[in-house]
Design a protein around this ligand. Structure first.
Ligand code: AHG
Ligand code: MN
Ligand code: MN
Ligand code: MN
Length: 336
């Protein structure tokens, strides 16, 4: 091995998983599952960058959340279901499967997943991703392992997301901070890119779909109005806006330079609880955000304490720079 490869080996994801997931059976099975998810992500990356025919045909049905399934949604879901079957997974809960898929009822882990996040960006060559959450299957779940998917997010053992963009990145937390790994084609695996993510506590950049302004509650309009009022306004700062509409990409930008992401309930049919799904989008992102020193709420309460009603339940979602998330909560609480 030359020096570069030596360096890659020592900073590789494999080395990190070995040291941080623990040597107990559950820790080792979490590590092995993450390795399987990584292998699937590399397969999906290769499909995406090749524009493979499998990414262009199929789909067209509507998933449980009402989204029309793109071919790549289906291809990604199958790749990660196969990865789950090669891991210690009892049950697989996916945005693209109406019901949870039972795999091995005696296995110790439950996997919740958004196989392809940012589907509206698939045909536009914009970054998209995969979001995953690993939960324990306890004795209390043995009679019905699918119930393990409906635990609050504070029970997660590990969570993260892949970003298929100019780089293939893995953002990962196993409960000891949040790290970023970069897929290195020359090394053939993931190597550490950011050892410990720290989200700045303050920000002047918000991420929201401003086209929904007319549907928002007055308190959220007031918050965004104050952000847009410039230096003369109550915030005395000029705010910037970014909205990629792939949550994984908006989230990663916030990890790198701070910011606040808002997708709250609004007056549109089917959006009273916002758009994002609690179990396989908000919870894994909230886990990584908190482990990186940020905050994640439904506008007022901590995301990770919410008990999911069902696998596809939506939740209002605000996350990012801690002081800004707290500020939004004060606007939400102020009905004036
Ligand atoms: P998905 O593609 O998995 O259904 O999720 C898309 C989500 C999220 O990634 C993004 O932040 C949001 O939908 C964008 O919503 P709008 O299209 O309403 O802006
Ligand atoms: Mn979707
Ligand atoms: Mn999504
Ligand atoms: Mn999706």
């Amino acid at each position: 091995l030359d020096a570069t490869q030596e360096e890659c080996m020592s900073s590789s994801l494999d080395a990190h998983l070995g040291s941080e997931c623990g040597s107990d059976p559950i820790g080792r099975q979490v590590a092995d599952t993450i390795r399987q998810l990584c292998a699937a992500s590399i397969k999906l990356r290769n499909t995406i960058i090749s524009g493979g025919v499998e990414a262009r045909s199929g789909g067209g049905d509507t998933n449980a959340g009402g989204d029309v399934q793109k071919p790549l949604d289906i291809v990604a879901d199958q790749m990660f279901l196969d990865a789950a079957k090669a891991s210690a997974i009892a049950v697989y809960g996916s945005e693209e499967q109406d019901a949870a898929v039972m795999i091995d009822p005696a296995a110790p882990l439950a996997l919740a997943i958004d196989p392809l996040d940012g589907s509206s960006n698939i045909d536009t060559n914009v970054s998209i991703g995969t979001i995953f959450s690993l939960l324990p299957v306890g004795e209390e779940h043995r009679s019905d392992p699918t119930s393990a998917l409906l635990q609050p997010g504070n029970r997660q053992l590990a969570a993260g997301f892949f970003i298929y963009g100019p780089q293939l990145l893995l953002v990962l937390s196993v409960g000891k901070g949040t790290r970023v790994f970069l897929f290195s084609p020359s090394f053939g695996g993931f190597v550490e890119h950011i050892g410990s993510v720290a989200i700045p506590e303050e920000t002047s950049e918000f991420a929201t779909n401003a086209a929904n302004y007319r549907h928002w509650d007055p308190q959220i309009r007031s918050y965004i109005d104050d952000c847009l009022a410039g230096e003369e306004g109550p915030r005395e700062r000029n705010f910037n806006m970014r909205w990629i509409a792939s949550m994984v990409a908006d989230c990663y930008r916030i990890f790198v330079r701070g910011g606040i992401f808002l997708y709250l309930g609004d007056g549109r049919k089917g959006y009273t609880e916002g758009r994002l799904r609690l179990v396989y989008e908000a919870n894994p992102v909230a886990f990584c955000v908190e482990q990186a020193g940020g905050a994640a709420t439904d506008g007022s309460s901590r995301i990770l304490d919410i008990v999911p009603r069902d696998l596809h339940a939506r939740t209002p979602l605000v996350f990012g720079s801690k002081h800004e998330v707290d500020r939004v909560a004060r606007y939400v609480a102020d009905p004036s």
